[in-house]
Design a protein around this ligand. Sequence first.
Ligand code: 1HN
Length: 350
Amino acid sequence: MTSHQTPEREALYAALSGMHLSPLWQSLHTLVPPHPTAPYAAALWRYADIAPQMARAGEVITAHEAVRRVLVLENPALPGRSSITQSLYAGLQLILPGEVAPSHRHSQSALRFVIEGQGAYTTVAGERTTMHPGDFIITPSWTWHDHGNLGVDGVCEPVVWLDGLDIPMLRYFDSGFAENDTQDSQAVSRPEGQSFARYGYNMAPVKSLHQGATSPVFNYPYARSREALDLLSRTDAIDAWHGYKLCYTNPLTGGSPMPTMATFMQLLPKGFKGKRARSTDGTVYSVVEGHGKVTINAQVFDFAPRDTFVVPSWASVAFDCPQDDVVLFSFSDRPVQLAMGVLREQFLTD
Ligand code: 1HN
């Protein structure tokens, strides 16, 4: 609602507009709406549609020339902004056998969720890790990182992963820096598996030297996450909204692995028909296993393995899995909203 127009008011507004001034009473209601009104849309990207375009991208440009060969998942309501929500970026990255994506670093934090293929690695801050489907890998702010695909156990396939970055958030804060390395592949200074050996077993070195706001574990392997969900589903009561849902943690703090993004994995057993929930953290989902249906407000999307979908802030979400056990990976800006004290969730009971 705006206030009534009178000739005097209109004359005032006209005078103000040339002076970089505006009357708050004209915009107050949209500035502080009674509930979130996200200006972006619910959307689903079918992997079956994307895969052929990814293959074409693999033919027209190398990972080296592209630096990162990525198809950005642009929210349909935010074209040209490289944003899947207002605060988050998502894209699908392809690296072919023998390729290298050169080393660089940036203040934006990144996560990788491996979608398909065996044989790729990523090196983060001097340690290399082999990427397997379902692994969740972090690239903390300002850490050197490069990727390659040399094969593993004699298998060398095209590898695709989902990248999640806090790019729009840092753009908003104007706090982005980036730097290219002097070499394509950074020197490996630590043996593969060292971080996990030190911090991945519910233990930590008694003289831990790890500092900073990010997890010392940088690859959370799918075998472990899947096993945890499977065991939980045998022992715990199921949640009527989330099914069995775990968040990934920084083992030193119990908080999120990186300060700007929270990550989750959930198991929805075959036959699960979830209730509706909503929360202020718009969330990106990657389907790991199974077919099902997600209802976002009034829109229904069927999903299959490797599809990506986005649930906007404060949109209600409910899952229906009549056919298969379903496993979903997801990420959001939840830690930032928690730090600001503005995260709100609602679990609807209808
Ligand atoms: C980046 O560094 C990666 O390292 C992926 O794989 C996607 C999107 C924008 C800016 C930097 C990567 C990116 C990115």
